[in-house]
Design a binder for this molecule. Structure first.
Ligand SMILES: Cc1cc2nc3c(=O)[nH]c(=O)nc-3n(C[C@H](O)[C@H](O)[C@H](O)COP(=O)(O)OP(=O)(O)OC[C@H]3O[C@@H](n4cnc5c(N)ncnc54)[C@H](O)[C@@H]3O)c2cc1C
Length: 446
């Protein structure tokens, strides 16, 4: 599997991974094919995931700029076509309580407002008629051990006090009776406004909207070299080059290590793994009281997440291998299935039909950043969603378009500071390995 810390680019024209989404989304909509002729443009965007597509769409619809998107493989080949489809009002990994102590009250509120705006942006785009198999509203955050109930209570009270955001807290019995009888769940907070979608259909919908508005999406067109030509950026692809006044890097966890010095050594790509089981029978669903199709995540440092799909399969995810080389080792899928069976002992015979993984993009300070990668502001980026970017990447794409137009953005840390560099970047994977071991101990014992 492509490894962003080792490989020069993510390949060229590769098919989508063999995922449940690739099998259950119909035919991909038309794109503009491989770039064959040199172009001179105002804005070029690298990467056709949610960030790049949203930027192209908003540039065209709100600012009249028809951008060119260069995608190494095909639309949503990266995280946007591989994720779990949890639409949540959040991004990054930093709790609000930590934001408050690090950035202050006003910045914390600003970030919350921006996450709310992100959810509205996604809902408005879906409302244009994107069919993405939206499921029942609700996100359950489950305490994976009794000591985490207090953490959930504290979170509920902060959300209510600071933002007037009302969540419901269910005890173990209520949770098991009303939603699902997960034996590892001791309580749950229910956020009323999250929901599950088919993430690939969503990305394809964005692509269609961006092209209808005048953007060009070139697939099988990896940027393999990047040069400066006076005031222009020269993006070189295998068949042709693009001369652009401005460039947006929208490659998130798939950013090759030498793409641009402004983003180098500032992210840590981490594999997240998903399995999708065979469909559950009515008897199996009843044995787990699996009533809900709301999206579910636990309170572990090394989180597990799951949801019931429209055809009664369970999508179950968690951490994957550390390197691209290890990504296809079936051990990681089997481990997820074992954990699922611990939560649902009645499903001992259950098998999985699909397994795949993707690179989420971690940052040193646990928040995403939209910033410029060069001194002149001709190269912008947004990345670092830390595994929670389905909603915020779309908002970031909209903000990137505004920033390209010279418009001011909200004064919040997400938009004010560049991605911090990792100290000792060559040791990032060793640090990740250490964190995995710390997480395993913490999740079990503390
Ligand atoms: C297993 C998994 C589960 C997840 N689940 C959720 C979830 O449920 N909810 C949630 O909010 N978030 C989730 N995420 C994270 C979310 O999917 C991402 O934050 C989001 O899709 C990022 O979108 P993006 O457009 O920034 O990047 P991507 O979708 O990764 O797109 C980047 C694109 O850049 C292209 N590219 C890279 N280099 C080049 C180059 N040199 N030239 C041309 N193209 C290039 C790649 O081919 C790729 O297609 C999950 C991620 C994974 C891996």
């Amino acid at each position: 599997m492509y490894d962003p810390l080792l490989d020069p680019h993510p390949g060229q024209g590769q098919p989508l991974p063999n995922s449940y989404w690739a099998d259950h989304s119909g035919t991909a909509p038309l794109d503009d094919g491989q770039l064959q002729q040199d172009l001179t443009v105002d804005v070029a965007i690298i990467g056709a995931g949610y960030t790049g597509l949203s930027c192209a769409y908003h540039l065209a619809t709100e600012h009249g700029v028809k951008a060119v998107v260069l995608e190494a493989n095909q639309t949503a080949w990266g995280c946007s076509g591989r994720n779990a489809g949890f639409v949540l009002k959040s991004s990054g990994r930093k709790p609000y309580s930590v934001m408050r102590s690090q950035y202050g009250e006003a910045a914390m509120h600003g970030i919350y407002n921006e996450f709310c705006a992100g959810l509205e942006t996604v809902k408005a785009l879906i409302a244009t008629g994107i069919d993405c198999d939206q499921q029942d509203a609700g996100y359950l955050r489950m305490a994976h051990k009794p000591s985490m109930i207090k953490t959930l209570q504290q979170q509920a009270s902060l959300l209510q006090k600071e933002f007037g955001y009302q969540v419901e807290l269910f005890n173990r019995d209520e949770l098991h009776q009303k939603f699902v009888a997960d034996q590892h769940a001791y309580a749950a907070l229910r956020f009323y406004d999250g929901f599950g979608v088919n993430p690939l259909k969503l990305a394809w919908g964005y692509q269609q909207r961006a092209r209808q508005a005048g953007a060009k999406i070139y697939s099988a067109s990896p940027v393999t070299q990047w040069q400066q030509d006076g005031e222009h950026q020269l993006l070189i692809t295998p068949q042709a080059l693009v001369r652009a006044k401005k460039v947006v890097i929208a490659s998130n966890g798939y950013t090759p290590k030498l793409l641009h010095s402004g983003v180098q050594e500032r992210t840590l790509p981490v594999l997240s793994q998903i399995i999708v089981t065979e469909p559950l029978s009515d008897a199996q669903l009843a044995a787990c009281n699996f009533l809900t199709s709301q999206v579910i995540m636990d309170t572990r440092a090394l989180k597990y997440y799951y949801r019931k799909l429209p055809d009664n399969r369970i999508l179950f995810g968690g951490r994957g291998a550390i390197t691209g080389k290890g990504a296809d080792d079936p051990y990681f899928a089997r481990r997820l299935l074992d954990v699922l069976k611990l939560s649902f002992p009645a499903l001992q015979q259950l098998r999985y039909d699909y397994s795949w993984s993707g690179w989420i993009c971690m940052t040193l300070d646990d928040i995403p950043h939209l910033a410029q990668a060069d001194d002149k502001g001709q190269v912008l980026y947004s990345m670092g969603y830390c595994g929670s970017g389905l909603t915020f990447s779309v908002q970031a794409g909209k903000r990137l378009a505004e920033r390209l137009m010279g418009l001011p953005l909200p004064q919040i840390p997400l938009y004010q500071t560049a991605l911090p560099k990792f100290p000792l970047p060559a040791l990032r994977r060793l640090g990740q390995w250490g964190y995995f071991h710390y997480g395993m101990v913490k999740d079990r014992w503390f």
